[in-house]
Write a protein that binds this ligand. Structure first.
Ligand code: ASP
Length: 368
């Protein structure tokens, strides 16, 4: 992040931002420009950005007892560690939680969605940055992308190196996320995941590397944009955003990945265990073997909705193969094919769809 090493550039950038952003701060097509109060000298105040902190490596430090990283840093401390932020925006912090994102649940994301929507509903708020762990950031950002009612920008960010690291990537990511919220270039992108300068849509993003700072990719769909030297460059518009009401409670939906020799026992168990829906990560273009096919027919006969996704990274699930368990047969028997949506996101979408429409196959199919 050049700003930290070059105070002159920081001042120039602050001057530039106060000259360019103030008059029509954050002019977004979908959302009305937020009200920005005048400061004493009559110039417009900087945009107001709410940072909602949930935990993750960005907020983790080494525990001297175990030597492992644990969430300890508050949202306020995260903000305090970012040089030059005050020149970009006025910041309000909401400490929503402080957990490793391996502990996140759809219920916790529902609460987060309500908190973020409440902040966005305030006319003076330009947008929200959510700090979150990277392990489930792709899924969490997708849940909010589907359930938020506001069109204002929401940027998920985090870190791959924790706050005890000599090379923490968190402060730079947080700076860029706030800059993105304040930038007119970031309109109509819905919820994004922005780390290491790259901007991904919540629908297409996946974590691709376990430790490298350049871990989030959007595969064949590509990045929405890139941030460098205080500027947001827009590469692409957002293609598709599915939106559903946020229900009070979420139905039980299982997610299973099939494998060679799978006897279908886990599918049958999920049905007997009360799942209302099951998402199965099939192989190839969305195929399962004969034993799993039998278990799928058992699930369908019990009124359980079955969605087929794939373990394959690129491409989409297609009704191509006609043998017992092939995608064509699964679709003919009433399964929904997840298209290009990864299995864990398909599970969240099925949960929201079932809560909104019940087991209405036609309406649910239209979501995928
Ligand atoms: N385990 C961490 C988490 O997801 C990983 C990270 O944030 O990079 O919360």
């Amino acid at each position: 992040m050049p700003m930290a090493r070059n105070p002159v550039l920081a001042i120039l950038t602050a001057l530039f931002l106060s000259l360019t952003l103030a008059p029509g701060a954050v002019p977004m097509a979908g959302a009305a420009a937020p009200e920005t109060p005048a400061v004493k000298d009559g110039t417009k105040a900087l945009p107001l950005v709410v940072v909602v902190s949930t935990g993750g490596t960005i907020a983790e430090k080494t525990d001297p007892k175990t030597g492992g990283a644990v969430p300890t840093v508050s949202g306020d401390d995260l903000i305090a560690a970012v040089p030059g932020l005050a020149a970009l925006a006025r910041i309000e912090v909401v400490n929503y939680s402080n957990i490793d994102s391996s502990q996140m649940t759809p219920e916790r994301w529902a609460g987060l969605s309500r908190a973020v929507d409440a902040a966005l509903a305030r006319p003076e708020v330009a947008g929200v940055v959510v700090t979150h762990g990277t392990d489930t950031m792709a899924e969490g950002s997708f849940f909010l992308d589907a359930t938020l009612t506001s069109d204002k920008p929401v940027v998920f960010t985090g870190a791959m190196n924790d706050a005890s690291s000599p090379f923490p990537d968190g402060p730079g990511n947080l700076y860029n996320a706030v800059l993105q919220v304040c930038s007119p270039a970031s309109r109509d992108w819905g919820v994004t995941v922005t780390l290491n300068g790259y901007i991904n849509s919540a629908r297409d993003v996946r974590k691709t590397q376990t430790t490298n700072v350049q871990t989030f990719e959007s595969g064949e769909k590509g990045y929405l944009g890139y941030i460098t030297s205080g500027t947001v460059s827009r590469f692409n518009d957002r293609l598709r955003r599915v939106r559903l009401p946020l229900p009070e409670t979420l139905p039980k939906v299982a997610f299973l990945a099939t494998y060679a020799g799978d006897d279908g026992a886990f599918v049958r168990h999920a049905v007997d265990d009360g799942a209302k829906g099951i998402v199965i990560d099939g192989v190839g273009s969305g195929n399962v073997n004969e034993a799993v096919y039998g278990a799928v027919k058992y699930a369908l006969s019990k009124g359980v909705v079955v969605v087929i996704s794939t373990t394959v990274y690129y491409g989409s699930v297609e009704p191509v193969y006609g043998d017992l368990g092939g995608g064509l047969m699964l679709e003919k028997d009433g399964c929904i094919l997840a298209g290009d949506l990864p299995g864990q996101k398909a599970r969240l979408l099925l949960m929201l769809g079932l809560a909104g429409y019940g087991p209405d196959a036609a309406k649910l199919k239209a979501l995928f």
